[in-house]
Design a protein around this ligand. Structure first.
Ligand SMILES: Cc1cc2nc3c(=O)[nH]c(=O)nc-3n(C[C@H](O)[C@H](O)[C@H](O)COP(=O)(O)O)c2cc1C
Length: 385
């Protein structure tokens, strides 16, 4: 093993379970589910290929049809979806990884063309995203003015999160990760720029955090909170996530997560805008280490990490586990490659979001890897000890 990387291969305790190593498959939307959000056999193959991670966080998985913005993302709201997830989760944990489902509601990042009633999506306030555009099948188009959720509507969405968490356990997941990052619904409630409500869900930090707190209350009824992780992107202004006091806001959120005894805190590092590097460095910088120090439990950091930077963070005590997104897409056997110092495959844009096997399950394992997936038997990693 290359010198200095040993810490990555140590086990870690997460939510009362042991991850065999400290590398996390970051949540990655790949849009290979069926149109009705039911996971597919191709997804099982993809997760089996990446099953050498210590912790696997599923791709964003929607809690309701209203919570989706793009075609072919999986859900956890129907019995067929629960059944469809079972072999996928089994494949993901085939080499000892702990497997969490990322629960997702896109809020105002939805579009009427993908909503069941063909009306705009739901959000804390009727404020559209202006700095980015919606990726429609015909190309990029402006985001719409979303519909403002009523108090009753909020209760409904809270209930959807709880149902999805219960379904996740039934599907075999070890726990769930709440997607509170990247400008989606939970983040929209947190940031003042997207939440101008005059009721108990808007205004003060306490009020803007109330939606998340109520989701946690509801989750606590169906799943131990030590099996619930929380993902945040405190430094990101992507998708118009504006707030005059990001440091104060996210410190308050992390204190809540700590007080509730959540499984882990998963922070997207400063400088990352959604799925890539921020175009400029104007984003606020709220250091992950500073926020992590407020959380009494494992800290995961994701964003731009290499084997060396990840191991250095663990060694310095400023992270417990490290997530990898793009490197894990292009290198299904990333832990093996880190361990042996093997060369890394480059990421291809083709097939990143949607399509079939190309750009999804056709990235090779390293030829020296004993778990190497042969072309004619792509699931052989499952039967390899
Ligand atoms: C194709 C793609 C899909 C992504 N989908 C999700 C997602 O569903 N949920 C999420 O929280 N982050 C998502 N992300 C962000 C990644 O989890 C990660 O934070 C980001 O890629 C930065 O990490 P990296 O530098 O290791 O790639 C996605 C990123 C990419 C490239």
């Amino acid at each position: 093993m290359p010198l200095g990387l040993e810490r990555l291969f140590e086990p870690a305790e997460v939510g009362g379970q042991t991850c065999p190593n400290r590398m996390v498959l970051a949540p990655l939307t790949r849009s290979r589910a069926r149109e009705d959000g039911v996971p597919t056999a191709l997804m099982a193959e993809y997760y089996a290929q990446r099953s050498g991670a210590g912790l696997i966080v599923s791709e964003g998985t929607v809690v309701s049809p209203q919570g989706a913005s793009y075609a072919r993302v999986p859900g956890l709201y129907s019995p067929e979806q629960v059944e469809g997830w079972k072999p996928v989760v089994g494949a993901a944990r085939s080499r000892g990884a702990i497997v969490y489902a990322q629960l997702w509601h896109v809020g105002r990042q939805a579009h009427s063309s993908a909503q069941p009633d063909r009306l705009p999506g739901w959000a804390p306030s009727a404020i559209p995203i202006l700095s980015a555009q919606y990726r429609s099948p015909a190309g990029r188009i402006p985001f719409e003015v979303p519909r403002e959720l009523s108090a009753e509507g909020i209760r409904g969405v809270v209930g959807q999160f709880a149902t999805a968490a219960r379904n996740a356990l039934e599907a075999g997941f070890d726990g769930v990760e709440l997607h509170g990052a990247n400008g989606y619904l939970i983040d929209q409630f947190l940031n003042a720029g997207s939440n101008q409500r005059a009721d108990q869900y808007g205004g003060t930090f306490t009020n803007r955090i109330r939606f998340l707190a109520e989701v946690l209350d509801a989750l606590g009824e169906v799943i131990p909170l030590e099996r619930v992780g929380l993902r945040l992107s405190p430094s990101s202004t992507w998708m118009d996530m504006q707030d005059p006091d990001k440091r104060g806001l996210y410190s308050a959120v992390v204190r809540l997560a700590s007080a509730r005894g959540l499984s882990y805190l998963h922070l997207v590092e400063p400088g990352i805008a959604g799925s890539t590097e921020a175009a400029d460095a104007r984003d606020t910088v709220v250091s992950s280490a500073e926020l992590g120090a407020l959380f009494n439990g494992p800290l995961i950091v994701t964003g731009g990490h290499t084997a060396e930077s990840a191991a250095a963070r663990i060694e310095a005590g400023t992270a417990d586990l490290v997530g990898f997104g793009r490197l894990f897409i292009a290198n299904p056997d990333l832990p093996f490659r880190f361990q042996t110092g093997a060369e890394l495959e480059p990421l291809r844009r083709e097939g990143l979001y949607a399509g079939g096997a190309a750009g999804y399950t056709d990235y090779p394992h390293h030829p020296d890897n004993p778990h190497s997936t042969r072309k004619e038997d792509p699931l052989c990693a499952l039967s390899t000890p």
